[in-house]
Design a protein around this ligand. Sequence first.
Ligand code: C2G
Length: 145
Amino acid sequence: MAAATPRPQTVLTFGTFDVFHHGHLNLLQRAARRGDRLLVGVSTDALNISKKGRAPIYPEHERLAIVAGLRCVDAVFREESLDLKRHYLREHRADVLVMGDDWAGRFDDLGDICTVTYLPRTPEISTTSTLQKIRDTTRLISLPV
Ligand code: C2G
């Protein structure tokens, strides 16, 4: 008798992905290689306002569209709360949770329903540093000659 075909492995990851940069892309491409399909929970504007006190630069429909347009991403959904990871993992029947290692250890308790993996962040790039670079460049451009 032929062996049963293994079920495709679903990988889930989460993020804000504001002012999308190559550190985000790098994380998503590596996450996709951990399984057969990659689903991404993109945090809502309301979630960011409640956690960080400000809305992201790019509104959620644009952040969702950018992430959904990537070749390595199969589907996106809105992440409404940081505390619903167990619910999202169950809802999407995820086999693997991937997070950047800035979250290391934070979701180990979900290891009872999926494999939890933390990937190293890409060094020297962040939304904050990109915004600072834009500020510095704008300041230089607007200096009187
Ligand atoms: N990342 C990375 N390297 C960077 C910057 C970010 O690998 N230089 C990763 C982060 O570790 C994260 C993903 O890219 O896994 C998205 O980063 P953010 O948009 O900063 O996500 P964050 O606001 O931390 O997520 O449930 C999580 C929330 O949605 C918040």
